[in-house]
Design a protein around this ligand. Structure first.
Ligand code: CMC
Length: 464
């Protein structure tokens, strides 16, 4: 189904002109007004800042109903996949449309394994990063650099496309583990053919030349579930970035790097780090959560891990993450006081009119950081784990787009609100005319080590 035209919407504009716009219906009965002919017929464009009302494409990958809290990959409920599937199967499902047969799964695992090493020369790049460089900055750079080592044909055939996909799914994980080793100053550990996807990653992260890593099946399952629930989320900020960059027919490695960059921000994938920062600040302040809730209501702080552009009820991924927290943090020796604080915060928020009236519920990031923390994943790697999980989703969208007949370069319009045409002013006459946004200053600009944690927007989770 490619979105059938089922009815029409009428638009009245100007001095009584009317135009009919086709209404497209998707497979779950969601409707969209098709405005393709709007500008050529009526001379109008639409204005939708933040794209809250705009469908940018037709897609058969993920279905999401934000009012009902439904999320399905290729028709399969996220709850079933999280419980029963492996990440590699889900990656295959997103990419190729169906769960793999046993033979297809073997083949897919084999190509992921054989593609897991990165070119040895790329290891030199890691040396050039400063110590303690954030693993997200290394990941985004290294993924873009893959294009120099693995040239992509202009129009890859099926086999070449399958290799590109395997390279990225597998090598993003290898680069992630290597970037962590760089971060802590240890030699890298190579991927192993003997280990499955998640075990391989944990081994690359935590074993070293002097100590082996013992796999805990509960931790493996927790990380596997984390990756599955992050694997796709239709047209979110980073996937939209992937589609926009990919629409120019840019190299796929650069395209995925664009997705990783978009993911980094704390309104998106960076929120899983920001939630832990927030919980820690609440814990250190000895707050039972109420003071923080007040700060959030007064707009002095943001309750990180809450709210979503699309979900107006519980994010189903948050429910899965919370259950997993109970399972993992309920194990002997695994308790975390931050889980208690998080649950108290959730309870306080969900009995407060500020949050209820705005439909602000926990999103995937509210509990996911606690799971990663319990799994021993270092704080700075949280968003990197999100990127490993989301890579199959980004690639599935890239693949869908390149095989779509409707694919065009993404090029939105704008409404210009700047000055009207004016005469050029020579430099010696400018001062008395200029408003002056830049001044000469001797003040040294201090740049935070992690610029994404600085707070130009007042959205940092700080106490009021
Ligand atoms: N805490 C307090 N108030 C909030 C929050 C929050 N977390 N989120 C939204 N609001 C308020 C906001 O101030 C606004 O209030 P008012 O109507 O009085 O102006 C109203 O709710 C609508 O918010 P918005 O910012 O217009 O909503 P949005 O759809 O543009 O933003 C969001 C969505 C996810 C960026 C936002 O809810 C947010 O910043 N949440 C915290 C960050 C976070 O958890 N991000 C992860 C999102 S899920 C995973 C992912 O996509 O990566």
């Amino acid at each position: 189904m490619d979105g059938d035209i089922t009815e029409a919407a009428a638009l009245r504009y100007g001095s009584g002109q009317e135009m009919e716009l086709p209404v497209i219906t998707g497979s779950e009965d969601e409707k969209a007004v098709d405005i393709e002919r709007l500008r050529s017929t009526a001379g109008l464009v639409t204005l939708d800042e933040g794209f809250a009302n705009t469908a940018s494409c037709r897609s058969a990958i993920t279905y999401l109903d934000g009012e009902k809290g439904i999320l399905r990959y290729r028709g399969y409920p996220i709850e079933d996949l999280a419980e029963k599937s492996r990440f590699v199967e889900v990656a295959y499902l997103l990419m190729y449309g169906d769960l793999p047969t046993a033979i297809q799964l073997d083949d897919f695992s084999a190509i992921l394994n054989s593609s897991s090493l990165i070119h040895e020369d790329m290891r030199h790049f890691f040396l050039a990063f400063p110590n303690n460089a954030h693993p997200m900055s290394i990941l985004t750079t290294m993924v873009a650099s893959l294009s120099a080592f693995y040239p992509v044909p202009e129009n890859p055939n099926d086999e070449e496309e399958a290799q590109i996909i395997a390279n990225l799914v597998s090598q993003v994980r290898t680069i992630a583990a290597f970037s962590f080793k760089k971060f802590i100053g240890e030699p890298v550990v190579y991927p192993s053919y003997k280990l499955r996807f998640v075990e391989n990653f944990l081994n690359m992260m935590f074993s070293s030349p002097v100590s082996s890593y013992e796999q805990d099946p509960d931790i493996v399952k927790a990380v596997e579930t984390f990756l599955i629930v992050h694997a796709d989320h239709e047209q979110n900020c980073s996937t939209a970035a992937v589609r926009i960059a990919g629409s120019s027919l840019a190299n796929v490695y650069a395209v995925i790097s664009a997705g990783i960059s978009a993911l980094w921000g704390r309104r998106h994938g960076g929120a899983n780090q920001a939630v832990i920062t927030m919980l820690r600040s609440i814990q250190e302040a000895g707050d039972d959560g109420r003071q923080f809730i007040e700060s959030a209501k007064n707009k002095k702080a943001r309750l990180m891990g809450f709210g979503h552009r699309v979900y107006k009820t519980f994010d189903p991924r948050a429910i899965i993450m919370k259950k997993l927290c109970h399972r993992i943090l309920g194990k002997p020796g695994m308790t975390d006081p931050m889980f208690e604080i998080a649950m108290r915060l959730e309870e306080a928020a969900l009995s407060d009119d500020y949050f209820l009236s705005r439909n602000l519920y926990p999103n995937v990031d509210f509990y996911s950081g606690l799971i990663l923390k319990a799994a021993g994943i270092p704080f700075d790697m949280f968003t990197v784990l999100f990127a490993i999980g989301r890579t199959p989703g980004w690639l599935a969208h890239w693949r869908e787009m390149r095989h779509s007949e409707n694919s065009r370069i993404a090029r939105p319009r704008q409404i210009y609100v700047g000055p009207l045409k004016r005469s050029y002013i020579p430099v010696n006459l400018r001062e008395k005319h200029s408003v002056g946004v830049m001044r000469r200053s001797r003040t040294k600009i201090v740049v935070s080590k992690y610029p994404e944690m600085a707070d130009p927007s007042g959205e940092m989770p700080e106490m009021g």
